[in-house]
Design a protein. Structure first.
Length: 131
């Protein structure tokens, strides 16, 4: 039992470190770091919620978004993706209100994620996705 307890403890420690690292990146004052982390968080949350998200083509899932997130307007998602792409690929610095828009949107996605449908999905979110 001692070895198993140690392994479980280490796994929990690793997950907590991953969560803390993600939180630090999301809150980073460096836009390059923060926007990348926000995009990764958005991708992780959308996939965990069952939305068919592709990092290479993030706008392709816009039509399915209201099925999973009825309170999210498709145009709002498209605007946030556009802001992220301008920052990440266009090298443009986002204005303060644009960064706030991106942060709030990703926060709404995370907090509004539908409840897990069963134990397996709940475990996958907690341990694989570290949500």
């Amino acid at each position: 039992h001692a070895v198993g307890d140690v392994a479980v403890g280490l796994a929990r420690f690793d997950l907590e470190i991953a969560r803390q690292h993600r939180a630090a990146r999301l809150a980073s004052p460096d836009q390059d770091v923060a926007v990348g982390a926000l995009f990764d968080q958005m991708a992780l949350v959308l996939r965990a919620a069952g939305t068919p998200f592709s990092a290479g083509f993030p706008l392709e899932c816009a039509a399915q978004l209201p099925e999973t997130y009825p309170d999210i307007v498709t145009a709002e998602y498209e605007r946030v993706v556009d802001l992220m792409q301008r920052s990440r690929f266009g090298g443009k610095l986002l204005r303060e209100h644009e960064m706030r828009t991106v942060r709030r949107f990703v926060g709404r996605l995370t907090s509004g994620m539908p409840a897990a449908r069963g134990v397996r999905e709940r475990l996958r979110r907690r341990y694989r996705d570290a949500l």
